[in-house]
Write a protein of this length. Structure first.
Length: 95
C-alpha cells in the first residue's frame, strides 16, 4: 500500500478550488480522503473510492519538466470506464 498525505484533487469545474487530502493506493483500489476542513458540499459521495478494475487509463506527468526544483510535483490523471475523470497533484518524493 502507498499513502501520501500531501495530495491535491482538482475538480473538473475550473472555478473549483483544489481539495487537499490523503491518497491511498492498494493492489485493488485508489482512495482519496479529503481533509476535514475541505468544502465537500458539491462532491458526490463515493467519487473518491475507485476500484482499479474501473480505471481505463492513468497518466503521470511532471509539472516541472526541467527538474529545476527539488520538491517537484507530478500530476496524476485518472480516466475511468464509468466516465469519471480525476486529476491529482502529488509531491515527487513518494513516486
Amino acid at each position: 500500500m502507498m499513502t501520501s498525505a500531501n495530495v491535491r484533487y482538482f475538480p473538473p469545474v475550473s472555478r473549483g478550488a483544489p481539495i487537499k487530502g490523503t491518497l491511498d493506493v492498494t493492489n485493488f483500489k485508489l482512495k482519496f480522503k479529503p481533509t476535514p476542513e475541505s468544502n465537500l458540499d458539491l462532491i458526490p459521495e463515493g467519487l473518491f473510492s475507485i476500484p482499479l478494475t474501473t480505471v481505463l487509463k492513468m497518466t503521470l506527468k511532471r509539472i516541472d519538466p526541467d527538474q529545476t526544483r527539488r520538491d517537484g510535483l507530478t500530476e496524476i490523471y485518472v480516466r475511468c470506464k464509468d466516465a469519471r475523470h480525476l486529476r491529482f497533484e502529488v509531491k515527487d518524493e513518494i513516486l
